[in-house]
Structures are given as C-alpha cells and as structure tokens.
Design a protein around this ligand. Sequence first.
Ligand SMILES: [Zn+2]
Length: 59
Amino acid sequence: MRIITHTCTQCGTVVSANELESSRVMKCPGLSCDNVLRFAELPEEERRFFLEHADQYEL
Ligand SMILES: [Zn+2]
C-alpha cells in the first residue's frame, strides 16, 4: 500500500494522510512546533489518490 504523508514545513515532523484527512486541519504534533497542517496542503495528485483509496487507509 502506498503511504501518503505530509511533512511539516517548519520542523519536519511527518504526519500520515489519514490522520490529516480525519481532522482536515491539525496542529503539528512536533514538539514545540505550532505550525498548522492542512489536508489541502497535500499535492492534488496525492489527495486524489488518498480519497480514491480511503477505505484501504482505515486502521
Ligand atoms: Zn511542525
């Protein structure tokens, strides 16, 4: 299965797309980082792939 992740632009913390998709907007989980990550920041191609295969990402 293809793993889709988003990397925080400020601290480099990697967040999985399904975590992002479930909340759409989330505060970066990185220590002492208050960057806000958005599902919409993923490249369009990755978002489309994720949404088309969303059932495979249920954990
Ligand atoms: Zn961060």
